[in-house]
Design a protein around this ligand. Structure first.
Ligand code: GLN
Length: 199
């Protein structure tokens, strides 16, 4: 592989953990904190976990939302985890994991580049965070850490399902985009990041 650089969105959330994992794989990373960082030159994009509403608002205020959407739509390989998956989703489902309706502010879509519907905080309060192992694509079982995670309730346009836990979709791939409900950057298993680097 040539000297590739990964741009990691670093306005909020768990970006340092992605940076650590990608650095261990020998990949150079740059942090994207403001609109001018988008001109620094990178070949791939990571959208980390965190708080999707806060991230989305900041991206809008910083003038980063439209340029990032353009990059993804132009084919830049993109990997979103948890809140990152929510930012990518074309639609947000109207029901929280505890059965309550999400309010309209939280129902906002952001980048909208991935043809899926996600349910935010889909596991509700009881099961807010948990770890498990499940099959990921043809890689076999991998560790999966969920933190107030969404899951995908519908895929469209030939979006591939990469993983399910208890029947719920927790990993998807569509063209240049991978999204996971869980946080592979918090475990030592680098297979999901390797898949991202091979997109
Ligand atoms: N619950 C968060 C949200 O809705 C996502 C949690 C995470 O990224 N770990 O944005």
């Amino acid at each position: 592989m040539g000297a590739e650089r990964v741009g990691i969105l670093a306005v909020q959330g768990a970006f340092a953990e992605h940076e650590r994992m990608l650095s261990e794989l020998g990949v150079e990373c740059i942090e994207l904190r403001q609109a001018s960082d988008l001109h620094k030159g990178f070949d791939r994009l990571v959208l980390p976990g965190g708080e999707s509403t806060a991230q989305g608002r900041m991206l809008r205020e910083l003038g980063m939302l439209e340029p990032l959407r353009d990059m993804i739509e132009a084919g830049m390989p993109t990997f979103g985890t948890c809140a990152g998956l929510i930012l990518m989703a074309e639609r947000i489902d109207g029901i929280n994991g505890d059965g309550s309706a999400v309010d309209s502010q939280h129902n906002a879509t952001w980048l909208g580049t991935l043809p899926v519907t996600v349910r935010r905080n889909a596991y509700g309060r009881q099961l807010g965070s948990f770890r498990t192992r499940a099959d990921f694509d043809d890689a076999g079982a991998i560790p999966m850490t969920f933190i107030r995670a969404p899951f995908v309730v519908e895929t469209r346009d030939g979006c591939d399902v990469l993983a399910r836990v208890d029947g719920n979709i927790v990993g998807v791939r569509w063209r240049n985009q991978i999204g996971t409900s869980f946080h592979p950057e918090l475990d030592e298993d680098a297979r999901v990041h390797r898949m991202f680097l091979s997109l």
